[in-house]
Design a protein around this ligand. Structure first.
Ligand SMILES: [Zn+2]
Ligand SMILES: [Zn+2]
Length: 145
């Protein structure tokens, strides 16, 4: 459960004004151990037995705090709820269209696309988002029989 990135996150929090609470510790630990890009709701469900007084809103507010200090990234998907990513380095996502699982995928950043987009449109381009969709191995197995 205790991994290197989680320890680093705890260390970097000490240098911010963010006060560590048992709830925050548990949310952060879940995020760093899950690797599944959970929603606030999923985190809430995983931790509600431990913290009966905690609400989904509390989880969400804590996630926003982590986001503000750069510990997590929020992935927004239009109408459905946001997912949270403890991996803040640049990476892409492969998303299963059957179960919604999001897996990290490392690929050199497509900087040329940004440069070209800037050149063609005159926009001041800040970032881009690329997602790859398909069926994950677990779901593919399930469909086989
Ligand atoms: Zn799947
Ligand atoms: Zn990710």
């Amino acid at each position: 459960m205790e991994n290197h990135q989680f320890q680093e996150a705890l260390e970097s929090l000490k240098n911010t004004k963010v006060r560590m609470t048992p709830q925050r510790h548990a949310i952060l630990e879940f995020l760093f151990s899950a690797k599944q890009h959970p929603t606030a709701d999923e985190i809430y469900k995983a931790l509600e037995s431990k913290f009966p007084n905690m609400s989904v809103a509390t989880v969400y507010n804590n996630l926003r705090v982590f986001k503000e200090v750069g510990l997590v990234r929020e992935l927004t998907y239009g109408d459905s709820s946001s997912r949270f990513d403890s991996n803040t380095s640049d990476h892409y996502h492969v998303i299963c269209q059957d179960c919604g699982k999001i897996v990290d995928f490392h690929y050199p950043g497509l900087d040329e696309v940004e440069t070209l987009a800037e050149h063609v449109t005159g926009f001041n381009v800040k970032n881009h988002r690329m997602e790859i969709y398909g069926t994950c191995p677990d779901c593919a197995k399930g469909q086989a029989h």
